[in-house]
Design a protein around this ligand. Sequence first.
Ligand code: BEZ
Length: 225
Amino acid sequence: MSDVPVLRLGSIGPDFEAETTKGPIKFSEFAAGSWVVLFSHPDDFTPVCTTELGEVARLQPEFEKRGVKVIGLSANDIASHDKWISDINEVGNVDVQFPIIGDKDRSVATAYGMLDALDKSNVDAKGLPFTVRTVFVFDPKRIIRLTLSYPASTGRQFDEIIRVIDSLQLGDKHRITTPVNWKKGEPVIIHPSVTNEEAKTLFPDFKTVKPYLRFTSEEQGKTIV
Ligand code: BEZ
């Protein structure tokens, strides 16, 4: 059995020091008081990864609007990342500004459980596991609020990460949850812990579909809480 702790929703993200394309960081200092997306890709100079990192660069203003710092990671060194960034910028017509960790010794990947030796579709020429397409979203207390692992063959949908961040940030401010396929601005669900009496004050326009399924508008929660 490995003695690396399994990270779950609610775990505090382990601290680490690492080299990045923007200089050395201590993760606890980088993440302090901010939402953070830490995402790993299998390898530099690979096709799906090139499209993914270009998309993250394109979405950078959307992350910034939400107070989210983004940081990438793979088990390549900084020289490799720096060279590859030119390709990402060219292919995606973007300007990658977020840092990418050079986790050559896989120490951060190990601490975050980003390696999967069982997945034979994601190993290097020596049979060593590449980092899985992993995503961690941390809140400003460095608590893990979302985890994702995607197969090497499938590029991620980063709009979905932003959608979840919108839901989490709204749910942290107001006693609401968000329904299937919800997008920012659409009706939200009143949290089951809110009684109908409380809901009358908090969300006067609320609509009851079932006693356990009550909708309100996002705007109303904003003005009241
Ligand atoms: C890719 O980015 O295309 C890729 C990387 C590692 C394994 C398979 C695909």
